[in-house]
Design a protein around this ligand. Structure first.
Ligand code: CMP
Length: 138
């Protein structure tokens, strides 16, 4: 059975008009879009999502950025979806991202880095459940 991962097209990429191009990259790489929704989130919602980073010095700036405008929340399905999406995204800091990756093409900085993808199975389960109800994933 295909594995599921969770992804966000972040507010910088949505603001820059890159949503369609990023969705095309995801599609071309063989991911199925299991669920997708565009919305704005509150700072409190962002803080809950990034709770594991609460002690980091960038936590306040990160959650302010993530609640600064609309983003696109997605559940993606594919064999090996978690690792394959992280490969397609490229390094967290776009300065270190490989040619051809989404962050190399569309990201400006380590904070405004265009896309998020779950980093493991447990994280994916938490992140999917945080943003999507079961009935949205049929
Ligand atoms: P993401 O994959 O969404 O997971 C956590 C986010 O924190 C990460 O992408 C970056 O946007 C952000 N981040 C990680 N490290 C830093 C840092 N050193 N400075 C600012 N933001 C960071």
């Amino acid at each position: 059975m295909a594995q599921r991962t969770f992804s966000i097209i972040k507010p910088d990429a949505v603001r820059n008009g890159a949503t369609g191009a990023i969705l095309a990259e995801i599609d071309k790489a063989g991911f199925q879009i299991v669920a997708i929704k565009k919305q704005s989130i509150s700072k409190q919602q962002a803080e809950g999502f990034y709770y594991v980073h609460r002690e980091r010095p960038f936590f306040d700036a990160l959650t302010t950025f993530m609640s600064s405008g609309p983003l696109v929340l997605m559940v993606l399905g594919k064999e090996n979806a978690i690792a394959d999406l992280r490969k397609l995204m490229g390094a967290t800091n776009p300065a270190n991202a490989e040619e051809g990756t989404i962050r190399k093409k569309f990201a400006a900085s380590i904070q405004e880095n265009a896309i998020h993808g779950s980093d493991g199975e447990e994280t994916a389960a938490f992140e999917i459940g945080y943003w999507f109800a079961g009935y949205e994933l049929i």
